[in-house]
Design a protein around this ligand. Structure first.
Ligand code: HEM
Length: 121
């Protein structure tokens, strides 16, 4: 159940970023719906905050249950997660900067990769 919640929340967080970057933002840019884009970003931002809280709470629970706090892969994962947090703050401050948006998405995918390595080696 805890793993299901962890994976479910990260699917929302990372999958939502992919859908926004690859489909929603290009369509909005082409058809010029600036207000709609702002509303989507606001709602996705709130939902992402909830998803990240679930991912962190379930991650902490699993790390304790499986005694993984000493695992180097978990340390790397948490370090990249801090980077994701910094990039998200930058993204909120400069939402039009595409490099920051893509860097946030790339760093989030690195966290997924490290999560899979943590579980499956
Ligand atoms: C956006 C943030 C995160 C992402 C994208 C992420 C991603 C993942 C993924 C893909 C898995 C593998 C699931 C599976 O194959 O069953 C996983 C497992 C795990 N994650 Fe995360 N995770 C995140 C945050 C965290 C945090 C904050 C912690 C701990 C403080 C954490 C601890 C763990 C643990 C302990 C496991 C299971 C390891 C095992 O089964 O041996 N994760 N995570």
């Amino acid at each position: 159940m805890i793993r299901f919640l962890h994976v479910g929340a990260l699917i929302f967080f990372v999958g939502g970023q992919l859908a926004l970057a690859l489909a929603v933002v290009p369509a909005m840019r082409r058809h010029g719906a600036h207000e709609a884009m702002r509303a989507i970003a606001r709602r996705f931002g709130v939902a992402s905050a909830v998803a990240i809280a679930v991912v962190i709470a379930t991650g902490v629970a699993m790390a304790s249950r499986y005694s993984l706090w000493g695992a180097p892969v978990l340390h790397a994962k948490l370090a990249v997660l801090v980077l994701v947090g910094v990039l998200m703050a930058l993204h909120v401050a400069t939402p039009e900067t595409r490099a920051v948006s893509w860097a946030t998405l790339a760093a989030s995918l690195v966290v997924v990769w490290l999560g899979v390595r943590l579980t499956h080696g």
